[in-house]
Write a new protein. Structure first.
Length: 105
C-alpha cells in the first residue's frame, strides 16, 4: 500500500467510519479525541515514518476550516513536524512538504 493510500485509509476509518482504532496492515492504532475541541487524531507508522492525522478544526480561519464548517470531513497529516497532506471527503491533496521531505509516492 502506498503512503497516499494509507492516509486515505486512516481518514476513512477514523473520520468517515468513526472507528475507535485504525487498522493498517498488521497493526492497529488508537483514535484519540481532544477533549476541549472534540477533534479526532491518530498517530501511526508507515515504514520508518511517524505520521499524525488530525481532524480539521472548523473554528480556525483557513479554507479547510470553512469546508469543515460546511460538513466536509477533513484530516490533516503531519510528518517530521510539517503538514504533508490532507484528505477531504476521501480525496488526497499533497502539500509541497511531501516533495521537500522526499516522501514516497
Amino acid at each position: 500500500m502506498t503512503l497516499g493510500e494509507t492516509l486515505i485509509l486512516a481518514w476513512q476509518q477514523s473520520l468517515a467510519d468513526g472507528r475507535e482504532k485504525v487498522d493498517l496492515g498488521h497493526e492497529s492504532y488508537p483514535v484519540t479525541v481532544f477533549r476541549a475541541m472534540k477533534l479526532r487524531s491518530v498517530e501511526f507508522s508507515y515504514g520508518e515514518l511517524r505520521i499524525i492525522g488530525i481532524e480539521q478544526n472548523p473554528a480556525t480561519s483557513s479554507q479547510w476550516a470553512a469546508r469543515a464548517r460546511e460538513g466536509a470531513q477533513i484530516m490533516q497529516f503531519r510528518c517530521k513536524g510539517r503538514y504533508i497532506a490532507n484528505v477531504c471527503e476521501g480525496k488526497l491533496l499533497r502539500y509541497p512538504a511531501w516533495r521537500a521531505l522526499a516522501l514516497p509516492d
